[in-house]
Design a protein around this ligand. Structure first.
Ligand code: GLN
Length: 483
């Protein structure tokens, strides 16, 4: 049963080939057997899963037939889940059980999805390798000596290894698309404001956006259909109707205008990934698309701008973890200041501390104009580049990552080398536009992802292009050996 996609599960449940409870028990057994190799789960919510599965079976027996009714999923461990540990991959949230559900968790639960657990991640979603988690590194199921990408690395590894058909993730600078690329999955970062951030522990609030990781574009459509929508509890949520993503899938690609930014071919791109990307372009041309070279002239400034803005917002967001209100508290503090200092000093890991320091510096008097304000101006230029490009093309195509999955530990002593891995993904977050990564083949047995970007709120278009591509290719159906 573990090979089934969400769409196949929906059919199997509707046809009574199996029950949600049988499916849940079988995946729980698989997680117990295989996850020790991957470390993709922080918490397995067995009791919750079984009670949700039984409730889903009862709802089906009573005549309900929703697409996610009885579908097993997992949540990145920064979505608050009531009465369940929500750790954000950090020691500082030791023992923190959320008192309420994130909107995304609530919506998926209401649709009847079954939560099998909370998935490992880089601490506070800072990273691109899933090595900074307090709960240990996650391994890539395609090669257990390599990283799965991050920060949604647990979500990616679990879905790629067929422990779950789909999972939630979040993407601040690439954390859905990059791990999807490195593990042969489809993942979509929606337009900023499309999915509610309420109950999603904040990293960089103006960039964070939740979305699904799954094996197919169709499954991403099923997940996003439920996750998206206006939420009065999130002031940045956009009050606009959600498109019918499933209906969008089947549109023909005749006349689709694809833009290829000339800047994408430098930027340290592994030539073998470039070849896979051009093969995707050829396939899309056969489906009726046309291709045009475009330019995103400010792309080179994206990484420096992001690595000022994201740490600045993080330094503010993470000030709430003070040893008083949530989670971890140091032993025997001598006074309040000692309590703050040691709780934070002992509770946060090295990468999180680095970002808090960078962000605090960038926001401090005298440096604000030189760094933060300048980064915000660059952000506007990057957004303008996309707005101009989308006057001529419908989607922009490129690689998701410049390199294949790297060896565990390889970039640990060089944070800037890891930051450079975000070159293709970060611009979408700075501009707020949607982006999708889809499987595009293999190099040396390792997955390659191709990224599609679209104008604001055109998630349906991205899912459509990826779905049509997946109708004529089978990269996305390949499973890692041993899983
Ligand atoms: N790698 C980027 C960072 O570390 C993006 C992370 C993310 O999208 N959450 O900030």
């Amino acid at each position: 049963m573990h090979q089934f996609t969400l769409a196949e599960i929906a059919r199997g449940l509707a046809d009574k080939q199996f029950s949600a409870e049988e499916l849940t028990r079988s995946l729980l057994a698989r997680i117990a057997q295989l996850d020790p190799q991957l470390n993709s789960f922080i918490t397995v919510t067995e009791d919750l899963a079984l009670s949700q599965a039984k409730a889903a079976d009862a709802r089906r027996a009573a005549g309900e037939n929703g697409a996610l009714l009885g579908a097993p999923i997992g949540h990145k461990d920064l979505f608050c889940t009531q009465d369940v540990l929500t750790s954000c991959g950090s020691k500082i949230l030791t023992g923190f059980k959320a008192p309420y559900n994130a909107t995304v968790v609530e919506k998926l639960a209401a649709a009847g999805a079954v939560t099998l657990g909370k998935l490992n991640m880089d601490e506070f979603a800072m990273g691109s390798a899933n090595e900074s988690s307090h709960y240990g590194a996650v391994k890539n199921p395609w090669d257990l000596t390599r990283v799965p990408g991050g920060s949604s690395g647990g979500s990616a590894a679990a879905v790629a290894a067929r422990l779950l058909p789909a999972a939630t993730g979040t993407d601040t600078g690439g954390s859905i698309r990059q791990p999807a690329a490195l593990t042969n999955l489809t993942g979509i970062k929606p337009t900023y404001g499309r999915v509610s951030r309420w109950g999603m522990i904040a990293y960089a609030s103006s960039l964070d956006q939740g979305g699904p990781l799954a094996r197919t574009a169709e499954d991403c459509a099923l997940m996003l259909q439920t996750m998206a929508g206006f939420d009065t509890k999130d002031s940045t949520s956009v009050d606009q109707p959600v498109d019918d993503y499933l209906a969008a899938l089947s549109q023909p690609l005749n006349g689709l205008r694809i833009g290829l930014p000339k800047e994408y071919f430098g930027a340290g791109l592994d030539a073998r990934i470039g070849e896979k990307m051009m093969a995707v372009v050829e396939e899309l041309k056969k489906l009726g698309a046309t291709v045009k070279e475009i330019s995103l002239p400010n792309m080179q400034h994206a990484i420096p701008a992001y690595y000022v803005i994201a740490p600045a917002e993080a330094s503010s967001n993470l000030s709430r973890f003070d040893g008083v209100r949530f989670g971890y508290r140091c032993e025997n503090p001598v006074n309040l200041e000692d309590l703050y200092k040691r709780s934070r000093g002992e509770g946060f890991g090295a990468e999180v501390k680095r970002r808090i320091m960078v962000g605090t510096y960038a926001l401090s008097a005298g440096y604000y104009d030189a760094y933060y304000l300048k980064a915000q101006k660059i952000r506007r230029l990057i957004k303008n580049d996309f707005v101009a490009a989308f006057n001529d093309v419908d989607v922009i195509l490129g690689p998701t990552t410049p390199n294949l999955a790297w060896k565990l530990g390889e970039k640990n002593n060089d944070p800037v080398a890891a930051y450079l891995e975000d070159i293709y993904t970060i611009t979408a977050n700075l501009a707020g536009i949607p982006g999708l990564s889809m499987p595009a083949g293999f190099v040396d047995g390792l997955p390659v992802g191709v990224q599609l970007l679209a104008p604001y709120f055109q998630e349906g278009r991205l899912l459509n292009v990826a779905h049509q591509y997946q109708q004529v290719t089978d990269w996305h159906t390949q499973a890692p050996a041993g899983f």
